[in-house]
Design a protein around this ligand. Structure first.
Ligand code: SAM
Length: 254
């Protein structure tokens, strides 16, 4: 993402101090809430952070909420036998420690945390990272989501570098990189549209898969479009089909 693509703004006077701290932390410009020079504005207000697109006709703001109805439905319908859980080796008596190397909006990760997995989340795009950090803080403060949120540790980091620097092997790595096809098919969700514009196509995802395979001792799981070939043309050991997607599983003796 181009660093000039986004800026921070405060919705009201009482939000200014927090917006200033975030600007200092990220190096992003701090602008007025009605500023339109930047395609994306990360707005700080009383309920948390939201990401706005400034072009006329853009979809509404993106705000992550792990307590909302959509997430509650997702949590209710995702048990240990769900395709994602099976792909990562979740069993009734075992919950793997998972590195989610492409955290995004944190939805897959939150499902896994709800099932009892401990997670490290890695996200390299600042505004996405900050939205997620803010949502996790709120989730820890809410009795309904506290337990799951406490199982998640989030880092602003490029995952290939994080994996390369780590000395200890990891048990399971999950990758859900962006792919160009998403632009046409699966962008109905406005969250994914904004993410695509911010993060791009993750063209380096094949190298991330190689980095994961080098560092993992259990399994690496890659989420793919149903009809796409395997990431980087590397054949998985097996795949698990889901209604709208496919999980390619690499055992690799990792
Ligand atoms: C399709 S989204 C993931 C969606 C996520 N599974 C969810 O449930 O919300 C991909 C995300 O991975 C991030 N990403 C891609 N490659 C990365 C890398 N090497 N390190 C850290 N983050 C990465 C992108 O910035 C983007 O936010």
């Amino acid at each position: 993402m181009k660093e000039s693509a986004w800026a921070l703004a405060a919705a009201g006077g009482e939000d200014e101090e927090r917006a200033r701290r975030l600007a200092a932390r990220t190096g992003a410009p701090l602008v007025a809430a009605d500023e339109r020079r930047f395609p994306f504005l990360l707005l700080v207000d009383g309920r948390g952070l939201e990401l706005r697109q400034t072009a006329p006709g853009s979809p509404g703001p993106l705000y992550i909420d792990f307590t909302d109805g959509a997430m509650s439905r997702r949590l209710r319908t995702s048990g240990v036998r769900s395709p994602l859980a099976r792909a990562l080796g979740v069993k009734p008596n075992h919950r793997p420690a998972v590195v989610d190397a492409t955290a995004g909006l944190g939805r897959d990760a939150f499902v896994l945390a709800h099932l009892g997995c401990s997670l490290v989340l890695l996200e390299r795009v600042w505004p996405v990272y900050l939205l997620l950090e803010d949502a996790l803080r709120r989730a820890r403060d809410d009795a309904r989501t506290r337990e799951a949120a406490l199982r998640i540790r989030l880092f602003h980091y490029d995952a290939a570098r994080w994996l390369g620097r780590r000395e200890e092997p990891v048990e399971a790595v999950y990758l859900d990189p962006m792919y160009p096809a998403r632009a046409k098919n699966a962008l109905s969700a406005k969250g994914m549209q904004a993410l695509q514009r911010l993060a791009g196509d993750d063209a380096d995802a094949p190298e991330l898969l190689e980095a994961a395979l080098r560092r993992c001792k259990g399994r690496v799981v890659v989420k793919r479009p149903k009809r796409a070939g395997p990431l980087g043309r590397r054949r998985p050991d097996f795949s698990i089909a889901a209604p709208k997607t496919r999980y390619d599983v690499y055992l690799a003796g990792c």
